[in-house]
Design a protein around this ligand. Sequence first.
Ligand SMILES: [Zn+2]
Length: 117
Amino acid sequence: MMCPHCCSAKTMERSDRTAHGYRLFRCRGCGRRFNERTGSVLNRLQPPTDVVFPIVLWRLRMKLSLRDLAEILLLCGLVFSHEAIRDWEARLAPLLCASAAGARPAAAGILTRYTSK
Ligand SMILES: [Zn+2]
């Protein structure tokens, strides 16, 4: 894995993990430690990626309101505020849009409001 601080490829994976279970690395070039999320939009995001991405996808695909989505998640036993979902959407919607635009041009039309500013 490349170091997000100095872009060196001389990194080694450590045996321990973060509190959330993400892999840890140490750079031999700059000596800094980082995990697999460091430098990405997912950095400092507490819930797991496999929980956050479907929620954002539901928000974009099904056009649910933030409060309705938070209420649906509460029924499933997941407690997130509508503001948390709004933050995730702001971070991840551009990624999902870029992915959809590359994969299926017709589907990208749904998400164009997030790519144009
Ligand atoms: Zn480095």
